[in-house]
Design a binder for this molecule. Structure first.
Ligand code: DC
Length: 213
């Protein structure tokens, strides 16, 4: 069983994907953390995120330790991740790892949940279930702002940087963010995590195949 969970930043897909994986006994891969780790490596090497050679080298040199870096979740890391993610060579370097994880999940799990932007469209186009999780831009910015707590910049700035990141992720030529034609669309704007989980669980269990929540 392979479940693809795609969607824009702060739509709730990470929390949802983690919870679905635990519920269905599946392994979980946050593919955004791979792009974040590449972005951090590029910055720490003193290179520019738009430097294709440096970004591809960073992607090919990724180690498990890179994926536990505390800086991974920082807002600035999300922005640089979105820049390196626009480069086809970076995406190509990370593709096989994601496919291997899905096909041969660790610790004997009987399948996997992968969350990202292009799981249902490019990484695993034949995934058993595909969810596209979204929410209004205002609600996503508000959630991210609340998450950042005391460190949060003004809400308007979070809205602006999120809109920039959405634009970059949607408009790039390589594997842009978009729902797979056969994805189940889950709009979480008016749903709390329990309600979003219930809708996703019903879809994965086959109880709701209508295409939207
Ligand atoms: O999900 P996230 O916010 O951690 O992702 C960070 C960036 O990585 C996101 O803005 C675009 C990129 N990304 C991607 O291009 N493809 C993926 N499958 C996952 C993330």
């Amino acid at each position: 069983m392979i479940v693809a969970v795609d969607g824009p930043a702060a739509a709730g897909k990470g929390t949802l994907a983690r919870r679905l994986a635990a519920h269905f006994g599946l392994a979980y891969l946050d593919t955004g953390s791979l792009y974040r780790a590449v972005g951090l490596r590029v910055l720490r090497a003193g290179a520019n995120p738009d430097d294709t050679v440096a970004a591809e080298a960073a992607a090919r040199g990724l180690t498990p330790a890179d994926l536990t870096d505390p800086e991974l979740r920082a807002e600035a890391t999300g922005a640089v991740a979105s820049k390196v993610a626009a480069q086809p060579a970076v995406r190509a370097a990370l593709l096989q790892f994601q496919r291997d994880f899905a096909r041969n999940p660790p610790a004997g799990a009987k399948g996997a949940v992968l969350d990202g932007r292009d799981i249902g469209t490019v990484v695993i186009p034949d995934a058993d279930r595909k969810l596209f999780v979204t929410a209004s831009p205002e609600e996503r910015a508000r959630r991210r702002w609340a998450e950042l707590g005391a460190k949060a910049p003004p809400l308007a700035e979070v809205e602006r940087t999120m809109a920039e990141r959405d634009r970059r992720d949607q408009e790039r030529a390589a594997a842009p963010l978009k729902p797979a034609p056969d994805a189940f669309l889950l709009d979480t704007s008016d749903l709390d995590i329990d309600a979003a989980f219930a809708a996703a669980k019903a879809y994965i269990s086959g109880a709701n195949t209508s295409g939207t929540n």
